[in-house]
Design a protein around this ligand. Structure first.
Ligand SMILES: [Zn+2]
Length: 140
């Protein structure tokens, strides 16, 4: 089990910092977010310390998504949510605060006016979309 002694989520996994756990298996842990966007907002994390999506092993990520699917169903059924967002951020520019891979599960009810997946649709410049697409296709 990889761990970072300075990581708050690793401390939660090891029980050094209390958390309100809602799901746990051999490789994953989910607990309530202490700064919830909505009722039932929780976090799913791998028990191994990996900072971002660029670092987490593929098989661990795949298993985490399956665990998140299970938990998302439970959250929706338990709280009668009308929808649920799964949000995952990487890097400061993306507002990642804790450098331990985590997936936010945010239950939704209309109208909750949360600033989550709630942007206005504005058509982009076709040339800009095309050049970004070409850069992505060329990347390794
Ligand atoms: Zn950690």
């Amino acid at each position: 089990m990889t761990s970072d002694p300075n990581c708050i989520f690793c401390k939660i996994i090891q029980g050094q910092i209390p958390s309100t756990r809602v799901y746990e298996d051999e490789k994953h842990l989910a607990f309530m977010d202490i700064n919830p966007l909505n009722r039932g907002h929780c976090l799913m994390i791998p028990k191994d310390h990996h900072p971002t999506i660029h670092d987490i092993p593929d098989d661990l990520l795949a298993g985490l998504m399956i665990a998140a699917k299970k938990l998302a169903g439970r959250v929706v059924r338990a709280l009668g949510a009308q929808g649920i967002n799964l949000i995952q951020s990487n890097g400061r520019a993306a507002n990642q605060i804790i450098d331990h891979f985590h997936l936010h599960l945010v239950p939704r009810w209309r109208p909750d006016d949360l600033p989550v997946a709630n942007w206005d649709l504005k058509p982009g410049a076709p040339e800009e979309i095309a050049t970004a697409a070409e850069a992505i296709r060329q990347a390794t």
